[in-house]
Design a protein around this ligand. Structure first.
Ligand code: 6CS
Ligand code: FE
Length: 304
């Protein structure tokens, strides 16, 4: 398969044009989003949906998140990732495979149904994770395009994939909210520097390869600006696989915990990595495609 997005193979970074549309389906009656929301996602590469989940659903998700965080021993060891300079939990991966409530959340029509519409295909979970960004100790996530990693290290062929971040705590201007460069989804920033073996063992704690150069980042930020959407628990921020994003450290006492679900189009299933010797493990890049049948109704365990 010809590599349309070569990265980590040249001595110089390059800005390449995107080959695929962002929103793959225009509005039509019965769509889960308004025409304006679809246009905004297509233009900016991200969209903020407020009040997607009820207070009762969020309370149940927060309790489940607390349970997972307080009993990491019950989880697959490799899925629990510590902060780079402490034993504080930074992320727990494959939550949809380790928690029935997170499995149900991933299949919810308010998430998977919306992703399936925008990607105009059935979807499956490529990756899921809880990012905690604990108070005082939550470290930054440097700027990056998820697709650059998922293409280069996981073998994701094209840009037909998106992430959904379900806010489980207040994400405000102070505690390290997600920052995005609107419009950056239309440019592929190829990175310099070969992929180290077993790169994920380091990159999930602090990514240093597959990150864009400062000149390209400055170019994109000057061209498009930087947005840092905030919101209360129950808000969903969805963003295209190639939208440049990152987040600052959290030096406030207030954690910024979010549940992320990455929905990939079934037609875009992984092939061999485009820029790494061997594929990354299944807990961060699912190779078994399990198409989701979106589920409606309140999250399990919340119903009265
Ligand atoms: O490598 C990955 O798949 C993970 N790394 C980052 C910084 N974002 C996407 C994903 O969680
Ligand atoms: Fe990311």
């Amino acid at each position: 398969m010809q590599d349309q997005y070569p990265s980590r193979c040249a001595g110089q970074p390059e800005l390449l044009a995107r080959h695929e549309p962002v929103a793959r389906r225009a509005w039509e009656p019965g769509a889960p989003l308004t025409a304006e929301q679809i246009e905004r996602f297509d233009r900016d590469g991200y969209l903020v949906l407020e009040n997607v989940f009820s207070e009762a659903e969020i309370a149940a998700l927060q309790a489940e998140t607390g349970r997972l965080l307080s009993h990491p021993a019950g989880l697959e060891d490799e899925t629990v990732i510590a902060e780079p300079d402490s034993r504080e939990v930074r992320s727990i991966f494959r939550i949809h495979g380790q928690s029935r409530m997170m499995e149900r959340l991933a299949a919810d029509e308010r998430l998977a149904g919306v992703a399936s519409y925008l990607l105009d295909d059935e979807v499956y979970v490529h990756q899921s994770r809880l990012n905690y960004k604990p108070g005082f100790k939550g470290k930054e996530f440097f700027w990056h395009s998820d697709f650059e990693t998922w293409h280069t290290e996981d073998g994701m062929p094209s840009m037909r994939c998106l992430s959904m971040s379900v806010l489980l705590a207040e994400n405000d201007a102070n505690n390290g909210p997600l920052m995005l460069i609107p419009g950056s989804q239309r440019v592929f920033v190829s990175c310099v520097g070969e992929t180290p073996d077993d790169h994920y063992k380091h990159s999930l704690r602090k990514q240093e390869f597959g990150v864009p150069d400062e000149y390209s980042l400055a170019e994109l930020a000057h061209r498009h600006g930087i947005a840092a959407p905030t919101g209360k628990p129950g808000t969903v921020i969805l963003f295209d696989c190639n939208t440049m994003h990152g987040s600052n450290g959290n030096i406030t006492p207030f954690p910024r915990s979010n549940a992320f679900f990455v929905f990939n189009a079934v037609s875009n299933r992984l092939v061999a990595p485009f820029g790494a010797e061997k594929p990354r493990p299944d807990f961060i890049a699912a190779r078994k495609v399990a198409p989701i049948r979106p589920v409606s109704g309140e999250l399990m365990g919340v119903a009265a």
